[in-house]
Design a protein around this ligand. Structure first.
Ligand code: 6R9
Length: 677
């Protein structure tokens, strides 16, 4: 394999440059118990058998009415999967398990304060809570099929209860990551047209009880300024009756869920018989403009895909205890904490707080206490735990059979630590590459069938057929050793249906680049552009190198550079803002922010802080820049484009290359002195 790969796409940020590694194989014990051991699955899901192969996934679900057309492409690239089918996601995640498993734990909740102890919620208890809350949403909040509702909730069992209650009614939920600010929440309320906001008064993080309700006031105020009326704010209580948020509730608008629920004890709500293609939820994600995109996921296709991949890639059996450390506010949490595992009748763990507080042994203590045997996390958490507690896993008596990594490329060195120390050399690892848009995994090994290779996600999933194009649209063949734009040749049931309310943006962003015929109704003419750069090795394994567009992946959280830049521009003194990713040992990437001021203003530490604070307020603390560099001028092309590539090289102490063609080459040295001194 060639050593040097050059991503010749725009300002591609090559995240990693590592050598090909050897294979690791699963143990015979693992293979003996695995859900999927049939090597024929790749053949069954080959392009020749597409799309009928996906019947196998649909048949993992219970349908009110079976579908009659597997894939309707008449509105390509907006596809309808399992057309004619009627289904309910809440029913599939709860009701259908009651007959044989009602006393089985559905959710293990790990609160941050130790003295509160673990909570274990059975499938029967989940059924009761979801029904009661669904009755409240229907009767008190007046929500009905097709309405959108925004959730701004932390990691507590009330979050999946809320999601599943919405799904029961056919209400489209849009959960905003709890750590996002009130203003970020407002943008999503406006875009989705939600009249109801569901939140919580407080939650724990790193030893402190965070007052969360105040974000609702900010969210509603901003949303209403933008013309979106919010009639009701439903506030779950972290400590019913014991804790009250600092700001008073707004009369007639804000209601404590725990008080209202008393009127619905014992209530039952029939699940709505949804069309397979009705939307289940929206998940907003960062794009290349300041405006986040509402990825719309359908009911039947999405649920079939996450159920199938949870079964075959996560190897979830009903008797497993499965812990995915992600936040439910991200797609990983939706697909692989809530919908996929519950549809498979697993016991899924939800934990509050962070893995490193009160100490670096917390995760392994939880694993030991709950007898977790399937573990799922991101490279950023692995790097942090490796750094601050490399010897901790060995102190605890837990045994993982299976581990996942997701969200960023994982360095082979970190992979090997994960395998040896966390997995105690026993657990298999799947490196799952996918996106908010894709609903479920795109590339991964199948744990009992395809061997692992550190640093490579693996081949395309059965039924997912990746292809790498160069900028000119030529296909880079397997083993070419060159990086290009990784696309998927075919649709699949888990893929998003559109961007909420913006079909044109959906087509432009994800399909226009390599579309063979914009009028075509044939899926073969619409390769899906993932926005990542990748290399395909001779064995068909894909190494993902990072984003080719303007997205930065901070600790596995996806942030748009444009979003951060537009937040900075809110500050009156700021004329121009440019964000570039800087490599960080733990987080993967961090944003570095370059600022040019309007004439008449001077740089100062106070101003830099003001800009940084503005970003935290507009987006949230995760977007906080590593450093705000106030520069005299931005390096620019003659056409006036800011050269982010040059700034990125300076921030990462890389060679800036030839800058003589810039309009202002002298500024590069000036910035270098500032940044690299
Ligand atoms: C699931 C999720 C998507 C972007 C994606 C890619 C990066 C995700 C990865 C990975 C390398 C992996 N990414 N998984 N890169 N290896 N296993 O993370 O969704 O938040 O939408 O981010 O994350 O760049 O395009 P999302």
């Amino acid at each position: 394999m060639a050593e040097k790969e050059v991503v010749e796409t725009s300002e591609a940020q090559i995240a990693v440059h590592w050598q090909e590694e050897g294979y690791y194989y699963p143990s015979t014990e693992f293979i003996a118990q695995a859900n999927m051991t049939d090597k024929g699955i790749y053949e069954r899901f080959s392009l020749d058998n597409f799309p009928n192969c996906y019947k196998e996934y649909a048949d993992l679900l219970d349908w009110y009415e079976y579908w009659d057309e597997i894939l309707d492409t008449s509105d390509a690239p907006c596809y309808k999967w399992f057309k004619g089918g009627k289904i309910n996601a809440s029913y599939n995640c709860i009701d259908r398990h009651l007959k044989n498993n009602k006393n089985k734990t559905a959710i293990h909740f790990v609160p941050e304060p130790l003295e509160e102890g673990y909570q274990h919620i059975t499938y029967q208890e989940l059924y009761v809570r979801v029904n009661e809350f669904a009755a409240l949403l229907k009767d008190f909040a007046g929500l009905k099929r097709g309405d959108r509702v925004t959730l701004h909730m932390p990691m507590v069992p009330e979050l999946p209860v809320t999601m599943l209650a919405c799904a029961r009614l056919g209400v489209i939920h849009s959960q905003v990551f709890g750590g996002f600010s009130g203003t970020a929440c407002a943008d999503r309320i406006v875009d989705s047209g939600s009249n109801v906001l569901i939140t919580m008064d407080a939650y724990y993080r790193s030893g402190g009880l965070i007052d969360h309700r105040q974000n609702a006031d900010i969210a509603v105020e901003h949303a209403e300024k933008a013309g979106q009326k919010v009639d009701k704010v439903l506030v779950w209580q972290r400590y019913p009756g014991k804790y009250s948020a600092k700001k008073p509730m707004v009369e007639g608008r804000d209601f404590f869920v725990n008080d209202l629920l008393k009127n619905y004890y014992g209530a039952r709500v029939e699940p709505e018989k949804m069309n397979a293609e009705d939307p289940l939820f929206l998940m907003y994600t960062s794009g290349t403009t300041g405006k986040p995109k509402g990825c719309q996921h359908g009911t039947g296709g999405y649920l079939a895909y996450v159920t199938g991949t949870s079964k075959y890639v996560q190897d979830i059996h009903p008797e497993d205890v499965y812990w995915c450390m992600a936040d439910i506010g991200w797609i990983t949490g939706h697909s692989y904490i809530v919908y996929g595992p519950l549809a498979n009748c697993a016991s899924t763990v939800i934990y509050e707080g962070v893995p490193t507080y009160p100490d670096a042994g917390r995760s392994w203590r939880i694993a030991q206490d709950l007898d977790v045997n399937i573990f799922h996390t991101a490279p950023t958490a692995i790097r942090a735990l490796r750094k601050i507690g490399p010897d901790e896993p060995a102190k605890y008596n837990y045994h993982f059979k299976h581990m996942t990594t997701v969200g960023e490329p994982i360095e082979p060195e970190v992979w090997k630590w994960y395998h040896k120390e966390v997995g105690k050399g026993e657990a298999i690892i799947v490196d799952t590459w996918w996106q908010t848009e894709t609903g479920g995994f795109l590339c991964s090994t199948l744990p009992a069938i395809t061997p692992m290779k550190p640093g490579s996600a693996g081949p395309g999933m059965p039924g997912i057929h990746p292809i790498i194009y160069d900028d000119e649209g030529n296909v880079l063949p397997q083993g070419a050793g060159k990086a290009g734009n990784i696309c998927i040749q075919n649709p699949w049931p888990g893929m998003f249906q559109t961007i909420w309310g913006d079909r044109d943006r959906f087509v432009d962003t994800y399909f226009a680049r390599y579309c063979k015929d914009p009028n075509s109704k044939d899926w073969r003419d619409w390769p899906y552009l993932t926005g990542d750069a990748a290399v395909e090795a001779e064995d068909g394994y894909f190494r993902i190198l990072g984003r080719i567009d303007d997205v930065i992946n901070v600790s596995g959280h996806r942030l748009g550079t444009k979003e951060i830049e537009s937040a900075a521009l809110v500050v009156q003194e700021v004329a121009e803002a440019a964000v570039v990713p800087v490599n960080h040992e733990i987080k993967g990437k961090e944003p570095d922010l370059y600022i040019a001021l309007k004439p008449g203003f001077d740089a100062s530490d106070e101003l830099a802080k003001k800009i940084s604070d503005a970003i935290c307020e507009e987006i949230g603390k995760i977007a906080k820049p590593r450093k705000v560099w106030i520069v005299k001028d931005m390096p620019k092309t003659r056409s006036g484009k800011i050269m982010r590539r040059v700034l990125g090289a300076l921030s990462n102490k890389r060679d800036v290359g030839d800058v003589m063609t810039l309009a202002n080459p002298e500024i590069v040295e000036e910035i270098r002195e500032m940044v690299q001194k």
